[in-house]
Each structure stands twice: as C-alpha cells, then as structure tokens.
Write a protein of this length. Structure first.
Lengths: 235, 235
C-alpha cells in the first residue's frame, strides 16, 4: 500500500476551522442504526399528519446535503391535495402496467402483487427537484461533470430519508411515474427537473429487511462483490 | 390541507415487519448532528491510514443505501497507489484550468486560490461507480426513470459520507476531473460509469461551515426559498 505524500502547508482558511473528530460511541451507533434501519415505506397509517415542525427539520436536513460548488440546486414541492395525488397515482398505474410487460409471466404476476407506492395514503408527497437553469455565472465543479447538480439533489434525498427515519417517519421513493406528468402537475418551469417523488408519512411498520429482499424478488449482494481494491475494476 | 384517504387492508407481507418507530432523543440528535457537521474535506493529515475495519464499516453503510428495484448498482474502486492518484490529479489540474476560464478575472483568481481536492494527500481515494450494463431481466422501477440507477449510487455516496463523518474521517467529492480519465485509470468496463470520485482520510479539521460559504464564494440559501407548498412551483 503506497503512502500518501505530505499535504501542502495549512493555509489561512484553516484558522477558522473547528476540530471535532469522531463521534462518541453512542452517537456513532445511532448513525449506523439509522442507515441500517431506513426502509422504502409503502404502507402508511391512515389519517395521521406529519407535524409541521418535524417536516421542517427533515427538510432542513435535506438542505444540508453536499452540493457541487455550494449550488444548493434542490427544491422541495410539497403535495398534499388528494385529487392531485390521485392524478399522479394514475401515472404510476400506467407506468406499472407498461413495466409489467417486461417481465416473464410468473415474475409479472409477482411484480403486480407488490405494493410499490403509498402516494395517496401517505401524509403528503414531496417532490425533490433540481434547478438546472443557467445562473449568473458558472457553477464551480460542473464543467467536467454537469451531472453533479442532479447528484447533489440525490444526496439531499438521502439526508431527508435518514432524518425522517430517525423521527419515525417513513419515506418511499416512487420512480414508477412519468417525469412529464410530474412536470405538468407541479408546474415545474423549463430547466427544473423532478429527481425524486417521495411519499412521506407515518409507516405501519419499518420492515426488518427491504421488502424486495424479504419477498425474494432479489437477494442482497455481498459487499465484497462490490469492492475493487488495487485501483482497478476486478472482473 | 386535504386528508389522506384510508390505505388498503394490511397484507400478509406485513406480518414479518418490525415496528421500531422514532429514535430516542439522543440518537435522533446524533443523526441531525452528523448531517449538520458533514463537510467536503480537502485538507488531510499526512501519513495516516484509514484502518481496514473502519473503511469496511463505511462501505457497508454505503451498501445499505436505497436502490431502485433493490438493484444495488454501485461498486467501489479503492485507489491507493500514489502514482495513479497523481495521474488522476493531473486531470483535475487540466479541468480546473479549463473551468477557471469561465469566471471573470477577479472571481477566477479567487477560484484558483481555493483548495478543491485532496487526491494525493488523502489516505485513499474511492470511486463510486454505477453498473448500467443489462442484467438478466428488467430492473424494477427503471422503465419510466432509468436515471434512478445513477441516483441510487448517489444515495450510497451520501451514506458513505455520513458514516465517515461519524468516524471522524473526512470525505471530499472531486467533480473537477474527466470521467474518461477515470474510466481508463480504473479500467471500468463499458456500461460502468464513475459517479463520484472521493478523497477519504483523516481531516486536519472539520470546518464549522462549508468552505465555499466561509470564504464568501456563495451564501447559504434560505430554506424557505427552496420550499414550494401547495403542490406547485411557486415562482
């Protein structure tokens, strides 16, 4: 294993930095626990609202995600109206019917038996969007990798999801929905794209495993299979 | 505010689900703390390795990210060799020079004064890649939104980042690098794309604010500016 070379001398910027280091054992355990027990929730308890202060904390967590060039390119559209949600759910149903055709008959039946969204029965929906419209000047870090803006919004989704889990609130990400329907329904301007359509509410339960693992749709991949040491793709 | 309608009757799947609910106050605080104090780190302490067991925990956290259709489409290429990292840093330098041209002179000088990566002096680099190659069957949830695979890998990045922060380990995401250079250097097969090139190691410090905020590059956006209530884009 090669040694890292010496870094440049500390610069003036660092003088205002704050040393904090590793979290205490209990706090560290809580971080791993929230990561391990977060679930994609599709079954929500009826008639329970998410309190405004709780929702605010969760959105604040999303807003503290990393972003390329400190662009903070995310926006959160809150969808509460049930009629609007029904229309969005209609798009889910159409997309699901189309996707079902891609599976052979036995898998198709299983696919169609799975509950894949809680759009209408969640307390509310949150669409995390990314604003790709030109700004006054270039965004630092996006010249070689313009996708970094979308990726920043995804980090915000994950922060939101983890904070919600810690609060006992379930989140489900619905990707089986037409982006064009979301754009129209949410009146997104040109250049603003939906990244994640989330159902948010009180879960009936947090499963001990991801649903698709539990019902045998796909197995969990061994971690070792995903690690390529020595700086090169292994297989 | 509209009321959510009743959910469908609980199904058999739910019988094995586990009720867990909200975290205790201390654990909840730890989750918000890790989200609030995570930083993009570019200054690393010299000559300190990240212990293997710690690195493993952090990669395990990444591997527990949500993924569309439980596809777990991420891979982690660990880059330790300093010569290889120098070549990747050369790409950073070229991209930075190119990006600098996009700023007017005063901002350009400021841009060039910023430390934007710790590729060589971090303990190691981790490239989070996404495997987009066709699998045996369709991936549930990707028909209407194929981008969901890349977005899953981004959620893995955020998990990795938060777990590292709790461990006192710094992570910096370098988007100022050519994806084609990464593909070649890391021998990624066709259909596997680099999503995030991360510098990982012992930070000199965790700043109290993001560096780009601290040095006045850009301000933090008010959260209220990012929230659109009533199901429609506000401005």
């Amino acid at each position: 294993m090669a040694r890292a070379e010496r870094p440049p001398a500390a610069d003036a910027e660092l003088l205002v930095a704050q040393e904090q280091g590793a979290f205490a054992e209990d706090a560290r355990r809580a971080v791993y626990e929230v990561i391990r027990t977060r679930r994609d929730v599709r079954h929500f308890a009826p008639g329970r609202e998410v309190p405004d202060d709780l929702l605010r904390r969760v959105l604040e967590a999303a807003h503290h995600a990393p972003s390329v060039g400190f662009s903070q390119p995310w926006d959160f559209v809150l969808v509460r109206d049930v009629e609007q949600r029904r229309r969005i759910r209609d798009s889910f149903l159409a997309c699901r019917a189309r996707e079902a055709e891609r599976f052979p008959p036995e898998r198709r039946a299983k696919y169609l038996s799975l509950r894949l969204e809680g759009i209408v029965d969640a307390s509310l929906n949150v669409c995390v969007a990314v604003d790709l419209r030109p700004t006054g000047e270039a965004i630092l870090g996006t010249t070689a990798q313009p996708e970094a803006l979308r990726f920043s919004a995804c980090c915000a989704v994950q922060n939101l999801w983890l904070a919600a889990r810690a609060e006992g609130i379930g989140v489900g990400w619905v990707s089986i929905v037409e982006p064009t329907v979301l754009r129209t329904e949410l009146a997104l301007p040109d250049g603003v794209e939906p990244i994640a359509y989330l159902c948010v509410g009180h879960p009936i339960a947090f499963r001990s495993q991801p649903m698709l693992e539990e019902v045998g749709w796909l197995p969990r991949r061994p971690l070792d299979d995903a690690i390529h040491d020595d700086g090169r793709w292994r297989r």
